[in-house]
Design a protein around this ligand. Structure first.
Ligand SMILES: C[S@@+](CC[C@H](N)C(=O)[O-])C[C@H]1O[C@@H](n2cnc3c(N)ncnc32)[C@H](O)[C@@H]1O
Length: 324
């Protein structure tokens, strides 16, 4: 068997630590011409494989894009390359595991096939109730939500989302906080006509087609959810005494976001978190403006930590020992 490992860094070392016997490796490949040896095996340039016969190349480097391009340039058969690092995407770039199954022990292959998710350890994230479909959505946003929810134990209050749309994120909140009441605020018919007057037609149209009942049917714990259909803040009337441990504020536009901040921030429990979606989204500048306006009203900046998720969420948190 001719097995090569592409990479001479931590990924390659990790492969050995996980049980690959170095004596079964013909050589390590290194695109930077390092040469010499690694873990007792020779280090050669990938060009050496051009036209050569081999069984498998285990790509144990995060430079997956560059390596895939180089392999193509050298004419290496794609099905004989097994990419082990997918650069934080959740997509498996491997076309086939057949060549690997002929070479690697079954347990090691199974271990390597598990998707590499950010924050895979510790175990509690492995046991996440989120499904693969949820995680396709916005990995950083959802993984951050998981971590935040874990920090909420002992924080009193319900959960809420303003701006539910088709319930993609509400589903995740409901799965992660099954013990908490989940208040779902949305018109379920799109944005307020007045507020949306100068917005792009696509954004407006795309948000019209939603249905509260359908959202409920998608939730893993629908009995914990309450739909408040209509325009916020009118739909919050009568709920003034509630307190919240987690709020997802995802209303897209300035006036509704400002109303959301005015209503939810004073009701956020100490230790709670308010996820302000789109705060750094250049296509929805009204969200950041709403926060600026609210902070000006309060006369102070709110404590917030930005996420590097797709739409630039800002996580506003209320310290446990301070009731702002
Ligand atoms: C971007 S979508 C929410 C997406 C959802 N949070 C998710 O992650 O899947 C924004 C939603 O906010 C709702 N919305 C905006 N302003 C509102 C208001 N004042 N009252 C009720 N719903 C509002 C719209 O109807 C739309 O469904």
């Amino acid at each position: 068997m001719k097995v090569y490992v592409w990479g001479t860094g931590c990924g390659a070392g990790d492969l050995i630590d996980r049980g690959l016997d170095p004596s079964e490796i013909s050589a390590f490949l290194d695109g930077e011409g390092r040469g010499g040896s690694f873990l007792g095996r020779p280090v050669i340039g990938p060009e050496a494989l051009q036209g050569a016969d081999f069984d498998l190349v285990l790509v144990a480097s995060r430079q997956a894009e560059a390596i895939a391009a180089k392999a193509e340039e050298l004419g290496l058969p794609r099905e004989k390359l097994l990419f082990l690092k997918n650069n934080w995407t959740l997509k498996d770039r491997n076309l086939s595991y057949e060549a690997a199954a002929r070479v690697l022990p079954r347990e090691l292959l199974e271990e390597l096939r598990r998707p590499e998710l950010p924050m895979r350890e510790p175990l509690w994230l492995e046991q996440s109730p989120l499904t693969a479909r949820d995680l396709e959505n916005d990995c950083v946003r959802l993984r951050s939500l998981e971590a935040i929810c874990r920090r909420l134990s002992g924080v009193p209050g319900d959960a809420a989302e303003l701006g539910v749309y088709r319930g993609g994120f509400a589903r995740c909140i409901n799965a992660l906080l099954p013990e908490r009441q989940l208040w779902l605020f949305d018109s379920f018919s799109g944005f307020d006509e007045e507020e949306v007057r100068h917005q792009a037609a696509g954004l407006v149209e795309a948000h019209r087609l939603t249905d509260g009942e359908k959202v409920l049917s998608l939730l893993p714990h629908p009995e914990r959810a309450v739909i408040r259909k209509g325009f916020f803040p009118e739909t919050a009337a009568g709920l003034e005494k509630l307190r919240f441990a987690l709020v997802s504020l995802d209303a897209d536009l300035e006036a509704s976001t400002l109303e959301g901040l005015r209503w939810f921030w004073p009701r956020l429990s100490p230790g709670g978190a308010l996820l302000l979606h789109d705060w750094a989204n250049p296509r929805l500048p009204g969200v950041a403006r709403a926060l600026e306006r609210y902070e000006a009203e309060l006369g102070k900046a709110l404590p917030g930590v930005p996420l590097c998720d797709v739409c630039g969420t800002l996580v506003l948190t209320k310290p446990r020992d301070l009731d702002l």
